[in-house]
Design a protein around this ligand. Sequence first.
Ligand code: ADP
Ligand code: MG
Ligand code: ZN
Length: 628
Amino acid sequence: MPINDKPRRPRPNPLSIIFLLLPVGLLILNLVFTFGNGPRVAKVPYSFFIKQVQDEQVARVSVGQNLIRYQLKDSESEQGQVQETTPIFDLELPKLLETKGVEFAATPPPQNSWFTTLLSWVIPPLIFVAIFQFFSRGGIGGGGPQGALSVTKNKAKVYVEGQDEKITFDDVAGVEESKAELQEIVEFLQSPKRFTDIGAKIPKGVLLVGPPGTGKTLMAKAVAGEAGVSFFSISGSEFVELFVGTGAARVRDLFEQAKKKAPCIIFIDELDAIGKSRAGGNGFVGGNDEREQTLNQLLTEMDGFSAGDATVIVLAATNRPEILDPALLRPGRFDRQVLVDRPDLSGRLAILEIYAKKVKLGENVDLKAMATRTPGFAGADLANLVNEAALLAARRGSKVVETEDLAEAIERVVAGLEKKSRVLNDKEKKIVAYHEVGHALVGAKMTGTEQVEKISIVPRGMAALGYTLQVPTEDRFLLNEAELRGQIATLLGGRAAEEVIFGSITTGASNDLQRATDLAEQMVTSYGMSEVLGPLAYDKGQQNNFLGGGMNARRIVSNETAKAIDKEVKDIVETAHQQALSILKENKPLLEVIAEQLLDSEVIEGDHLRELLAKVHLSEAVNELVAI
Ligand code: ADP
Ligand code: MG
Ligand code: ZN
């Protein structure tokens, strides 16, 4: 049974606008009643009244606290004219009236009707309630922009089955294993009884883990689409807002709504925004009360509903599973994790095919070749790529998307938009040309490096002045030591070319050096490829961080070991440097020929480039050095 004895917040009520108008209406009614009754009565000054009494024109008087009403004598009829005056404090009045023989009495104090009493007690609170509701709904109509005062309103977007465009597993490609795992969830949603009858518990939470843009959100929608159930989507960051307690209230509200629509899916994007480990650390300093409350409420809700009475499955997505609070991953919560990884070659081809159907594609476009050229692209990158290509084709005035558009789009996505306006001076251009050709020549001779497809000195993006595009012939998951060394040497090829030709080096190689050093360090500390240090892992192990970046923390090692590691890393990089230098020194004429051509054409690619690179020649001695 769902246990939830938390006080409920007042629900936003569509009647609140009526509450707001009610007092106004009543006020108008009241005014009508007050002024609308009886014939009009002449109002006279007090002195005039006294004079009339003294002149014996007054027949009878009714004395009230705030009003004296009196009737004049009338010679013709019984009913004399009635007049009114405002009394002043006058103790002599009764005596005067008596001496003049006027009939007089005091007006009884006004008797408040039960209705008036009720109004005066009920209306003010009603006004407050109405104002509160008005603001908590975020303004008239409730649909306007959500202000800071829209406190407890849930922001979950709801996709009701049958009303929105349906997304199915066919719309998601390249992540077949994840699909297979989620197929099970679809079955749970479609026929929960089949599982509960045997006594099996339906899982409550499934965590989709993977790098950004791999289709986690899309996948969650597809699960809902396949199962034909409603889909509540909210981002973790939307829970946490201005007021403490808001997030928790939203979580409560979300689950309440979802249970009404069961079976359904709640999808929490960016779970890490609320699900960060509570153990402190992670650089999170203070002020996380709100997040913590929200997280606690989420855990409570997940524990609270049992699969028996309503099939609500919570899907969540994160690209940083390692920082999630362990409490979230306990059984009964997000105990299932589905990895949604970057697609491999065939996956990329499948994704490209989906998006190629949405544009007009030229007849001889080879999508397979495009997929080969885009290793590391996530689904979102590929979708973007096809769109970019279509834009380029349209700008070209073409009716269909051709290979050249796709190729250009790949380069754009890879290296940022072409920055033709950024002009290098001639000296810089020359250095960049030699640097890039250096990479290409070394890459052509070292093992384990990818085929060089293109050299360009057209500046792109922010950092790269020129670039050497290497195309893998296949996706690689395992690299051996020789291949890693080859990659390091290739990275150092640019700098080595600068040394060989100009005898000096520029700042342009810093990124190359960074990457080369990282690789060398990983060889020693993670892959156990150093003979001196042996097959030990000196780092703390991969923390499964999809966003990459940052070396792993080192284990605590003795001073001597630390020194040995440093020496080993330096040796690897230095050896690679020497290899690069010797290859380039031996092929200095070729380096100059290709560099001059590159300066001319700015780009060398394809077969022409391969022909040039095939001419790289190595002597016995250098061949031996390179083949370490
Ligand atoms: P994530 O949530 O993992 O960051 P999204 O699901 O938001 O990624 O993906 C963004 C867009 O990229 C999707 O709307 C879709 O157009 C495209 N996309 C991403 N991955 C895939 C995929 N595997 N198959 C088809 N399209 C994809
Ligand atoms: Mg997403
Ligand atoms: Zn470089």
